[in-house]
Design a binder for this molecule. Structure first.
Ligand code: ADP
Length: 595
């Protein structure tokens, strides 16, 4: 725990060192006003109020002789107003501490949340594919929110209470030994006793909190999947099953939270009992040893503040343990090694590559020992349009995904214009490519904004030209605000064909030398497919184009076709040649029976 907090502090606390110092100073002032101020006020200042000039002189008068010559009325006023003055200092210091500590907490959480989000942008696609999206969302939003919520409640106490405890304990120690009540030192044992439940519950709370947050992630996953698959849920009447899944996740989350709640508040009664017993002992021994009322009151106040601040610090510690559950989950994402990263000294690609692609002895496995591509040696010269065909699962998409370095080759090398894709930055590499997938993924925003994503610097004319080339313009009249029509999440509001046209317009505006079409028309009906095919053919002109195809009709303009089978290329050539020489190709082609 300490190591985790130190690592966390170095990474997220040090950039806000000014706020940290301010929170420590205001915390110190608050703590000194409570822990030292109140007991010492009782011990030194109150006796001045009751001193009538006869009998034993108050201690403070001995330390500050000028007080004796002061007018009794003024002395009384001074003594009486020291109390509100002390509480005014304490009150404003507490307020300032609250503000400063919360600003610090909010700043830390903002950078924590941002760091996790940035990390997700960097992590390999293979890692993200292995994660449940709902759980990742839960980590970024709910776990950081949980840490923030806890920090804002306890951050004050984290700084203030340990210092108050130390101050009150010093006052207690001073009063005990320097005022002659040293033999009552045994009450210190109670302090050790009080520390025990704080430590024991801390670990339990951290474990329960982590489990509860994991269950919340599970619950998020169920909801997210349900929302994403509403059509299927209704078409297959899966509502009851989905509700049962939801109930089970929700109940599990509740069960873990209930366990957590049990431990969270258990500390309070235990600490209060320990405090009451310690005070009773103090009372009995104080009475037996003939202690005066003011000494007893001062000792009792110091003891009360010691235990009270210990209790509050303990509660804060428990809540921190609760936050630790979330921190561990965030750390799991932050510490995930990034197996695909930019080289330390990247080579610079030309502003526009020619588009010459080469696979040199490439093998690739998603799971070690199960190669999906084996010994691939192929060169695709710049400007060539190449179709990738083969049975489902043969490795076509994987082959195409190695070019933008979505995955890292297990053996061999992929080069673009002679540059190994690992030698240049991923940003520069991907600048040279446009991708149109099976499902056109659009973002919320206008149609125009969605097209402009292809090249943020594109001018209005370039966007309109791209829209026209992709024939987006043909359906703009039916949109309420034409090209400025706002789309819902995922491009809802447009048909599949219209969405695909927007995605193609995005590729047009990007105007990249390499184009990857991964079953770009597979989800469309025959009519839309025919229409869109024309736009794709125009888009492919003059670019190195890879077309992952399951319909041969999409390969009319391909110069060359690569036939994949079980991760190997078993045919390579133009259609007429393959039809004669490659039995698998002939079989696949005849099965579809059309060009
Ligand atoms: P194709 O595009 O020819 O249908 P893919 O390249 O998508 O084939 O898949 C090739 C093989 O790799 C298949 O056996 C598939 O199950 C496996 N595969 C694809 N994607 C992943 C992944 N993200 N993780 C693990 N295995 C995968």
């Amino acid at each position: 725990m300490i190591k985790r907090i130190l690592v966390f502090a170095k990474r997220f606390l040090m950039p806000h060192i000014g706020w940290l110092i301010a929170s420590l100073l205001t915390g110190l002032l608050t703590a000194a006003a409570s822990g030292l101020g109140v007991p010492l006020l009782i011990k030194f200042v109150f006796p001045l109020v009751f001193y009538s000039g006869v009998g034993e002189k108050p201690l403070l008068m001995e330390y500050v002789p000028s007080l004796e010559s002061m007018d009794p009325g003024t002395l009384l006023m001074l003594a009486c107003f020291s109390m509100p003055a002390l509480f005014a200092v304490r009150g404003f210091a507490m307020w300032a501490n609250h503000v400063v500590v919360n600003v610090l907490g909010l700043r830390i959480i903002e950078s924590l949340r941002r760091t996790v989000f940035c990390q997700i942008q960097q992590l390999p696609i293979s890692y993200l594919e292995g994660q449940r999206k709902g759980d990742l969302v839960s980590r970024i939003v709910a776990d950081t929110g949980n840490v923030q919520n806890i920090l804002s409640h306890v951050a004050n106490d984290l700084v203030k209470q340990p210092i108050t405890c130390l101050c009150a304990f010093s006052a207690f120690f001073y009063l005990l030994f320097f005022t002659g009540s040293g033999k009552m030192a045994f009450v210190l044992l109670f302090i050790a006793l009080a520390a025990w439940p704080i430590i024991t519950f801390g670990k339990k709370i951290s474990d329960r909190a982590k489990r509860a947050q994991a269950e919340l992630g599970e619950l998020n996953t169920v909801v997210q999947q349900n929302l994403e698959t509403q059509r299927e849920v209704r078409a297959y009447a899966l509502e009851e099953r989905q509700i049962a899944d939801f109930d089970s996740s929700s109940a599990e989350y509740k069960r873990n939270l209930m366990k957590l709640v049990k431990y969270q508040r258990l500390l309070i009664p235990i600490m209060e009992i320990v405090t009451a017993v310690a005070l009773s002992f103090l009372l009995v021994y104080g009475k037996q040893s003939g202690m005066g009322l003011e000494d007893f009151m001062a000792l009792a106040a110091a003891m009360f503040f010691t235990f009270d601040s210990m209790k509050r610090a303990g509660q804060a510690y428990n809540r921190i343990n609760e936050a630790q559950g979330s921190l561990i989950r965030l750390e799991e994402v932050l510490n995930e090694p990034n197996s695909i990263s930019d080289p330390a000294e990247p080579k610079t690609l030309p502003a526009r590559v020619k588009g010459d692609i080469c696979f040199d002895n490439v093998s690739f496995s998603y799971v070690a020992g199960h190669p999906v591509l084996r010994d691939i040696n192929v060169r695709i010269p710049a400007g060539q349009v190449v179709g990738l065909v083969g049975p489902s699962g043969a490795g076509k998409t994987t082959f195409a995904n190695l070019i933008p370095r979505f995955y890292e080759v297990t053996e061999g090398a992929v080069t673009v214009d002679g540059y190994d894709v690992r030698e240049v930055t991923m940003h520069d590499l991907r600048e040279q490519m446009a991708l149109v997938g099976q499902q056109a993924l659009l973002f919320s925003g206008s149609i125009k904004e969605n097209i402009a994503l292809g090249r943020p610097s594109a001018t209005e004319e370039q966007i309109l030209a791209a829209a026209s080339s992709a024939r987006v313009t043909s359906f703009l009249q039916s949109q309420p605000q034409g090209i400025d029509t706002e789309l819902g999440q995922g491009g809802s509001g447009l048909s599949g064909g219209q969405r695909q046209r927007v995605a193609i317009a995005r590729a047009f505006v990007k105007d990249a030398p390499i184009l990857i079409l991964d079953e770009a028309t597979a989800s469309l009906d025959a009519e839309s497919e025919k229409d869109i095919q024309q736009e794709l053919d125009t888009l492919a002109q003059g670019r190195t184009t890879l077309i992952v195809a399951h319909r041969f009709s999409t390969l009319r303009h391909a110069h060359r076709i690569l036939v994949f089978d079980h991760g190997r290329i078993v045919g390579d050539g133009p259609h007429e040649e393959l039809y004669k020489t490659c039995p698998l190709y002939k079989e696949l082609f005849d099965r579809q029976g059309a060009v």
